[in-house]
Design a binder for this molecule. Sequence first.
Ligand SMILES: Cc1cc2nc3c(=O)[nH]c(=O)nc-3n(C[C@H](O)[C@H](O)[C@H](O)COP(=O)(O)OP(=O)(O)OC[C@H]3O[C@@H](n4cnc5c(N)ncnc54)[C@H](O)[C@@H]3O)c2cc1C
Length: 337
Amino acid sequence: MGMEIREQVELAGLTTFGVGGPARFFVEVASEEELVAAWQWARYRGMDLFVLGGGSNLLVRDEGFAGLVVKMSVMGVKELGDGLVEVGAGESWDGFVTYCVERRFAGVECLAGIPGSVGGTPVQNVGAYGQEVSETIEGVRVLDRLTGEFLELGKAACRFRYRESLFNTDVPGRYVVTKVRFKLRVDGEPTLKYAELKQRVGESAVSLAEVARLVREIRRGKGMLIVEGDPDCRSAGSFFKNPVVAEELLERIGGDVPHWPAGEGLVKIPAAWLLEHAGFVKGFGTGTVGISSRHTLALVNRGGATFEDVEKLEWEIVAKVWEKFGVGLVREPVVLG
Ligand SMILES: Cc1cc2nc3c(=O)[nH]c(=O)nc-3n(C[C@H](O)[C@H](O)[C@H](O)COP(=O)(O)OP(=O)(O)OC[C@H]3O[C@@H](n4cnc5c(N)ncnc54)[C@H](O)[C@@H]3O)c2cc1C
């Protein structure tokens, strides 16, 4: 096999949060053939395999991972006409957004500034500022780790929901995404659904590029853009999902809790509101892990943090919110190890 399998490779530096131990084995794959070879290598040894994208939704445990970490580096952007674009899973997501905006392809402009890889976006159906990636994904090419075969999964088969898909719920880890096909709106109008974004745009007509710029600006203000030297962006983005609860629970939680419909008899409530009203405000914590000074939902590594430190604060928050509101918070980032 042409690729190099390395041993005891530190993973913390390959994640945005920056905690955790090494991978027992590590390999970077630049093609589907290399991916299959890596999969066979691990299978032959009865070893677990984990696919790493940009490491921006990932926390590694302190003891590391005893299997093979496969760093996804399948590249390439291929236009198939009429706004259909096939993109290698290893491409940078934000780079792809810039590409679309430059080509005047609408549909992903509000997702500007989200770190990580293209292949990582279908996994948790990435969303922000009024768009979700599932709105523009037409299909996904995957390696099925059970059979070793490649499959083309259409959008319906991906079973996209809020921060969920086939890939992170039904059969987590079974499918390795190698390519994603997007259907974008050629010369389309930008999506302006999110209140803060609408307000910044005002009444005038605005280009896709301007919307992407404004989104990055808003994100930067919240420490949700990776900026070298910004201590608030050493995070994994939002740490908790916004809980979906039965409507009847609203009163118990508190009459003034903001909420929006989430299916029959259900409402979604902002996890940030729960945290703030349970005492976990911006800047909380004096240790190595705390809450971002600009975004309540982001736990940040203030330097020298371990996974154990993260877990300690996580449990403290989850327990307090449960005690106060009877709502169970669910972690958004993936934990490896
Ligand atoms: C500052 C900051 C802001 C963020 N803002 C947002 C936001 O606004 N909205 C949002 O939804 N998310 C946000 N995130 C979270 C994160 O950026 C996204 O979830 C991103 O899509 C993760 O992609 P990744 O390549 O970094 O995945 P990784 O962190 O490397 O992996 C995450 C999971 O996806 C799996 N995975 C990755 N690539 C593949 C593949 N090719 N095939 C199969 N499985 C794969 C991994 O195995 C793992 O289970 C933010 C994160 C940070 C640090």
